[in-house]
Design a protein around this ligand. Structure first.
Ligand SMILES: [Zn+2]
Length: 135
């Protein structure tokens, strides 16, 4: 164990807790904050995910991360889930859920759907059954 100073925030941390993110050393807090910040290059992550899946001939949830699969399964089993429900279920921040949903949407697995005054995320091929409530 060795105490070092985080160059980003000046906090004293254990050297094990210092990470190198895009060539810069920083503590876990700074690294976390940086990762949670929405970044324009997320679009590329989505494109790469989609193109990779296509080129590998993947279908359905093939090639998704475990988290993305779990979100998809949850949406499917609930016949739609709100952002809040997903945040609670997966213990993720709003922007993290949005990022995963964006990938599911680009893979044509999930989409946003307006139910009453709420926006719910539903499977891509979901159809609302009017007058039936099986939630
Ligand atoms: Zn720091």
């Amino acid at each position: 164990m060795q105490a070092v100073i985080c160059p980003e925030c000046g906090r004293e941390v254990d050297s094990d807790d210092l990470y190198e993110i895009s060539g810069r050393k920083m503590c876990d807090d700074c690294a976390m904050e940086r990762q949670n910040r929405p970044q324009p290059c997320d679009v590329w992550a989505v494109r790469i995910a989609t193109n990779t899946r296509r080129s590998l001939g993947m279908q359905g949830t093939e090639g998704l991360t475990e988290k993305q699969k779990a979100i998809y399964d949850f949406i499917k089993s609930r016949r739609g889930a709100t952002l809040e429900e997903l945040m609670q279920q997966f213990n993720l921040k709003e922007n993290e859920i949005r990022k995963e949903i964006a990938i599911l949407r680009h893979c044509e697995l999930a989409r946003a759907h307006k139910r009453g005054n709420e926006i719910v995320y539903v499977p891509w091929d979901f159809e609302e059954v009017i007058g039936r409530s099986d939630r």
